[in-house]
Design a protein around this ligand. Structure first.
Ligand code: FEO
Length: 388
């Protein structure tokens, strides 16, 4: 990639292909990028650092971009260690550089790194301006996107938004993602900030008057075109709106009978011309991908085995993942299997009791061990209700 973002802004971040799980949780088969940038003006500002394993590589990138100059500022938009872990190394190497961050960020920096840089810091709040020469940064507080201390900054000459985690995606930058931005950006968004939709909405409102031409996020590619598309997509996601018309059928199955019912329903929905049917085995697929799909589409069928007089564990985990991310504004249907005492539908419904604006399908499906003609009729009726 071209490291020249604009005439005066350089990319100095790194790719991580050693990582197995991002944040100890998310599969990242195509690696991860920790982005960092430098603005070269009368004053020089470095935007964030990188994960600890890459400190030396990042400092070398920085050296090359600075070309003999010394940085005046280190802007810390977000203290999560994937972006802040090289702060001490930077501070030691450039003892005159001022660290720029929110008050809460400095408290977190002290907690992580044992110093709050009291003698060399600039505390920013909403609207603080930092003049670098031809470029000026204006700061926007962005609490809970993705931690409480986060700020973003807008550079008004080149019209660049330094958006912290927002608009980021999984995947290293040297991996040319054939799926484009949205797929792994959606999995990242709902995994990491899906719970905080109202805070994202507040932020988008704050940024709404800005003329943004380039988005420099802390993960994923620099975004230069269709900027409205990225903002519109974030508006849909953060308002829990339905992005795509379709039905997700998420199932758990022990001996294959619930799986067969889920597959039968998928077939019937497709026969009816349902625009998209996603069929997923919760025990054998990526949980974050399933969460992403549940938030992407408008209708969700939960098909589960009864287990310990309740809901099968993998389904329980899936529903917990949805509820803790404020799952709402969707149609949900249940298929339960229980050879002698089906209890899964009751349990699943109870787990969703406090989710907002859920329409429960009128047709439920009860399987007693294996599908039969009666079960197929129930599944036919559910298909008709979901895709009439
Ligand atoms: Fe990329 Fe919230 O850290």
């Amino acid at each position: 990639m071209d490291n020249n973002i604009t005439k005066d802004i350089r990319y100095v971040g790194v790719d991580d292909h050693e990582i197995d799980l991002f944040e100890g949780l998310y599969d990242v088969p195509n690696g991860m990028a920790y982005n960092s940038y430098v603005i070269l003006d009368e004053k020089t500002a470095v935007m964030d650092t990188v994960e600890a394993k890459f400190t030396e590589q990042w400092l070398a990138n920085l050296d090359a971009a600075l070309n003999g100059r010394t940085p005046d500022y280190l802007v810390v938009h977000h203290v999560e260690p994937d972006h802040s872990a090289s702060i001490l190394a930077f501070a030691a190497r450039y003892p005159d550089a001022v660290v720029v961050a929110s008050a809460q960020a400095f408290r977190l920096i002290a907690a992580f790194y044992g110093t709050d840089f009291a003698a060399r810091r600039l505390v920013v709040v909403q609207g603080t301006e930092l003049a670098l020469g031809a470029h000026t940064l204006t700061f926007y507080t962005a609490p809970m996107i993705h931690w409480p201390e986060v700020v973003m900054s807008y550079e008004s000459t080149d019209k660049v938004l330094f958006s912290a985690d927002a608009f980021g995606k999984f995947g290293a930058l040297d991996y040319d993602d054939p799926e484009g931005w949205a797929c792994e950006a959606r999995r990242y968004y709902f995994g990491i900030v899906g719970k905080f939709g109202s805070q994202v909405q507040t932020l988008l409102q704050k940024l709404s008057g800005l003329d943004v031409q380039i988005i420099c996020a802390l993960h994923g590619p620099v975004l230069r075109e269709q900027i409205d598309y990225y903002f519109d997509t974030y508006r849909t996601w953060s308002s829990y709106g339905v992005e795509s018309d379709g039905v997700v059928i998420a199932y758990t199955s022990v001996y294959g009978h619930t799986a067969a019912a889920a597959a039968y329903l998928a077939e019937k929905l497709e026969e009816r011309g349902c625009p998209k049917v996603v069929l997923t085995d919760l025990a054998r697929s990526d949980m974050a991908e399933n969460v992403e799909d549940a938030f992407r589409y408008g209708k969700l069928v939960l098909a589960a085995t009864t287990y310990n007089a309740g809901v099968f564990p993998t389904m329980k985990t899936f529903i917990e993942n949805l509820v803790e991310r404020n799952y709402q504004n969707r149609t949900v249907a249940f298929i339960e299997n229980g050879s002698w005492a089906p209890m899964a539908a009751k349990g699943m419904r109870e787990m969703l009791a406090n989710a907002k604006d859920i329409t429960f399908a009128e047709n439920g499906v009860r399987i007693l061990a294996a599908m039969n003609d009666d079960t197929r009729r129930q599944l036919d009726a559910l298909a008709a209700e979901l895709c009439g």
